[in-house]
Design a protein around this ligand. Structure first.
Ligand SMILES: NC(=O)c1ccc[n+]([C@@H]2O[C@H](COP(=O)([O-])OP(=O)(O)OC[C@H]3O[C@@H](n4cnc5c(N)ncnc54)[C@H](O)[C@@H]3O)[C@@H](O)[C@H]2O)c1
Length: 414
């Protein structure tokens, strides 16, 4: 921060850290940091103190970077954050201008409201912004100078912009989001990193047992930046299905078991998918609906493949529970499907012929609620939204649709 031109006062209750910085030394090893601390202190832009009061007296922005370690049961410990917020709250009355408090510690969504805003309960003197930190130990200086992502979130737009402006010149356009989204994005990023590492390790372990070089597999996988390393498949939506993903995951997990190889991540993907389908089913069952219209029957758009379609499984449950259901799929006419596709459907829902509507208009007329289980073609969107029927968007396909599970059914209307 000092290197890019800010005047920075580091506050810590640990005298060793304060003395180190004042002496121009980094208090811990981090490549490139020692030099930055020395030049920062020499330039007069970086100093340190044990006194939060001294720092807050002259500060425009307070960046909170205290530890949020794990408690024994897994929750995060917020004692340090509570303490520093209390201290900050006690210092606000002495100020003549507003203090922007940016929370850089990793905190679970709701913490900035529940702890920081609650403690600094004085909008005229303090505004709270969530500004998660993404740098990695060991590459912290480079990650700061060349950030891959910067995020600032909060309800006070001026304050959010002021925090985002701290990073001007670092070659990244900060993403401005809500307070809770900013808090959650950090967790999503770290969970994603962890899942990627565990995935690569499980693939590597199975490859090794099979006499294959796992690095070659993962290097090749990473060559596909269109489907593999991309935004593809990374939107919350409906459960997956079809004739390939479930079958191939089953085969991988089975073959691993023949080597006595435990692959908990891969083994739990189908159960995770099933749990997701169950959430959608529970949501559909809770609808105060007499006649439920379902858009989509195939496992995704632009196909008439019904094998292992999660919608077929969803319908089986709804019908089994006595719900009145009708279905429309733009690519499915009963007399147009055959072979294993037809056998799968007839086996699951023998009287499907009575449930399929050939026209979207007649489904919309009949239904009192609509379940969107497949991304509708662009041309059908106006008809769907103009129907005035309450919509439950399971796939996140509608322009203003609410993601499934985000709201209770009564508010899931478009
Ligand atoms: N370490 C990383 O690479 C990294 C990366 C991104 C985010 N984060 C997040 O940043 C936060 C800090 O992580 P860390 O590894 O630097 O933690 P840390 O425990 O090493 O450092 C926290 C510092 O805060 C000081 N402190 C605590 N309460 C204080 C108070 N009331 N007044 C003054 N100083 C106080 C402590 O003395 C300590 O020096 C955590 O939420 C962490 O999850 C860390």
């Amino acid at each position: 921060m000092a290197h890019i031109g800010h005047r920075v006062i580091g506050v810590d209750r640990d005298p060793f850290k304060v003395e180190s910085v004042l002496a121009g030394r980094a208090p811990f090893f981090e490549p490139g940091l020692e030099e930055l601390v020395r030049t920062g202190v020499e330039s007069g832009r970086l100093s340190a103190t044990l006194s939060l009061a001294d720092a807050v007296r002259v500060a425009d922005v307070a960046l909170i970077c205290v530890g949020t370690p794990s408690e024994r049961h897994g929750d995060l410990c917020l004692d340090q954050l509570r303490r520093v917020c209390q201290e900050l709250a006690g210092l606000l009355p002495g100020r003549t201008r507003r203090l922007i408090v940016a929370v850089r510690s990793t905190v679970y969504p709701g913490t900035c409201e529940g702890i920081v805003e609650a403690a600094l309960d004085n909008p005229a003197l303090a505004a709270v912004v969530a500004n998660p930190e993404f740098l990695r130990e060991g590459a912290a200086v480079r990650d700061f100078m060349e950030p891959s992502l910067a995020v600032a979130g909060g309800g006070d737009e001026a304050a959010v912009r002021q925090v985002a402006a701290l990073y001007t010149g670092l070659g990244v356009e900060p993403v401005l989001v809500s307070l809770r989204a900013a808090e959650f994005i950090k967790y999503a990023c770290n969970a994603f990193h962890a899942v990627k590492i565990a995935f690569a390790n499980e693939i590597g372990a199975l490859a090794a047992e099979s006499g294959i070089d796992g690095r070659e597999i993962m290097d090749t996988l990473c060559r596909d930046v269109s489907l593999n390393l991309s935004a593809s498949y990374l939107k919350p939506g409906f459960a997956f299905g079809g004739s390939c993903l479930p079958k191939d995951l089953r085969a991988l997990v089975y073959r691993a078991s023949r080597f006595d190889l435990e692959l908990p991540l891969l083994r739990n993907v189908l159960p995770s998918n099933h749990a997701h389908l169950e959430r959608a089913t529970a949501l559909a069952l809770e609808l105060p609906s007499e006649r439920l219209g379902v858009f989509g029957l195939a496992f995704k758009e632009n196909t008439d493949d019904l094998r292992e379609s999660p919608v077929v499984q969803l319908l089986e449950t709804l019908i089994g529970k006595g719900r009145k259901v009708r279905v429309f799929d733009p690519h499915i006419q009963l007399d147009g499907i055959y072979g294993s596709n037809q056998r799968y459907l007839m086996n699951a829902i023998p009287h499907i012929g009575n449930l399929l509507d050939g026209r979207l208009e007649s489904l919309l007329e009949w239904a009192d609620h609509l379940l969107i289980a497949q991304k509708p073609p662009q041309a059908m969107l106006p008809l769907l939204t103009a129907s005035g029927k309450p919509l439950v968007d399971l796939v996140g396909a509608l322009p203003h649709g609410l993601p499934r599970g985000a709201q209770r059914p009564e508010s899931l209307t478009a």
